[in-house]
Write a protein that binds this ligand. Structure first.
Ligand SMILES: Cc1ncc(C[n+]2csc(CCOP(=O)(O)OP(=O)(O)O)c2C)c(N)n1
Ligand code: SF4
Length: 247
């Protein structure tokens, strides 16, 4: 008989995401990783603005809700002042790559010693599904009703590839939660990012491709297939920068 896995200690209450949203899955992976690494009483989250901020409502852990896009700067400060704590910034693609692109880039550029986890759902989920930096070419959103025209907007940003190839961060990966295999792999990436922070090697960054069924106007199952068939080909999953122990 299958044994139900207990909910990690730092997940305190339901968090209010839409049915089929990916945020809850990723938060569970983060919480499990922290628990397995014995860091669940040593964590401070820097929480972005967006649906990511719903994390704060159900969390039995220290956290700072950051101004929109500024989690990279806030977490830099928190880690420098509290080097013994594990610091994770938890942000959406709009928060991290649009309004917060300066702070996100600077944290990676300076190889700050904390971990960033970005939920890439290819839109601004909380505010009604507007175009973000990762909206796919031709994707219909509430601000690109005819589909994203990259001649006007520029092309979607592949932030993990950009920082892995331009700077010298300790660890960079992109995962997905489109299926069970991907979820297991995403957990390995998240856990490795936290291990890199524990070892003091530098900045660790994981982007997760995640469904937003509400603004994609899809059922939860259609949204998972959409990641598999449409989003993953544009945003390949894998590790782009390995920590020293893996090289
Ligand atoms: C300075 C500022 N500008 C704009 C907003 C409105 N706003 C709130 S959440 C959000 C988008 C968040 O999108 P994303 O980071 O992709 O997260 P998601 O909701 O998709 O998880 C915006 C534009 C705000 N709260 N503050
Ligand atoms: S709007 Fe999208 S990202 Fe926000 S909770 Fe709903 S499904 Fe999740």
């Amino acid at each position: 008989m299958a044994v139900a896995k207990k909910i990690p200690y730092i997940i305190d209450k339901p968090m209010g995401f839409c049915p089929g949203c990916g945020h809850g899955v990723v938060i569970r992976l983060i919480a499990e990783s922290l628990e397995e690494l014995g860091q669940d009483n040593n964590i401070i989250f820097g929480i972005g603005v967006g649906c990511s901020s719903l994390l704060g409502g159900g969390l039995n852990a220290d956290r700072q809700h950051c101004p929109h896009g500024r989690a990279g700067a806030v977490c830099t400060g928190m880690k420098r002042v509290n080097p013994e704590n594990i610091i994770i910034s938890y942000q959406g693609d709009g928060d991290a790559y649009s309004i917060g692109i300066g702070e996100s880039t600077t944290a990676a550029y300076r190889n700050e010693h904390f971990t960033t986890i970005v939920i890439n759902n290819t839109n601004y989920g909380m505010t009604g599904g507007q175009m973000s930096q990762t909206t796919l070419p031709g994707q219909k959103t509430s601000t690109t009703v005819g589909g994203r025209d990259c001649d006007i907007t520029g092309f979607p940003m592949r932030f993990p590839e950009m920082i892995a190839h331009s700077f010298n961060p300790a660890y960079v990966a992109r995962g997905s939660i489109a299926n069970i295999k991907d979820i297991h792999q995403a957990k390995k990436f998240i856990k490795k990012a936290i291990e890199v922070q524990i070892s003091g090697e530098g900045y660790s960054f994981v982007e997760i491709l995640s469904p937003c069924p509400t603004n994609w106007h899809m059922s939860p199952i259609q949204a998972m297939k959409h990641i598999e068939n449409v989003i993953k080909p544009y945003f390949p999953i894998g590790e782009f920068k390995l920590p020293k122990a893996d090289t």
